[in-house]
Write a new protein. Structure first.
Length: 145
């Protein structure tokens, strides 16, 4: 089964590194990257240039994105019954944002700090895969929590 992953990240270096590391893993996936919160919502709601976008199985999101930040995107996702079941993992450059996790409805285990090295990205991808397995998503497209 191919896991459809939506990455919401405005730093192209982070997008490239994550993409490269995911390609080295034996995890069947398709990574879709968008640069900001507005584009993320367009992808999720299949609007404009993303009219034919697949429904993601997993969302990886930076909280500090232009036009609409990750907190605002999460608020919209959580109130939509079609999207609310999609698991979200926060990839942040700052450990200080952890304080807002309970307000965002994100379990602490799903808050990962963006690494600065290739090896760090290998570790983060392993954590993402571990979270995916714990959620019981590995062999099923049933995404209910």
């Amino acid at each position: 089964m191919t896991v459809e992953i939506l990455l919401v990240e405005d730093n192209q270096a982070d997008v490239l590194l994550l993409s490269e590391v995911l390609e080295t893993e034996e995890w069947s996936h398709c990574l879709h990257a968008v640069e900001d919160g507005v584009e993320a919502l367009d992808f999720l709601y299949r609007r404009h240039a993303h009219a034919n976008a697949p429904r993601p199985d997993l969302i990886l999101m930076d909280l500090n994105t232009p036009r609409k930040n990750g907190s605002e995107v999460l608020a919209e996702i959580r109130t939509d019954p079609v999207l609310a079941h999609i698991p979200v993992i926060i990839l942040s450059g700052s450990p200080w944002e952890r304080d807002t996790l309970s307000l965002l409805g994100i379990p602490e285990e799903r808050y990962l700090i963006k690494p600065m090295t290739y090896q760090g990205y290998l570790d983060v991808v392993q954590q993402i895969q571990d979270i995916w397995r714990r959620l019981g998503r590995a062999g099923s497209r049933d995404l209910r929590p």
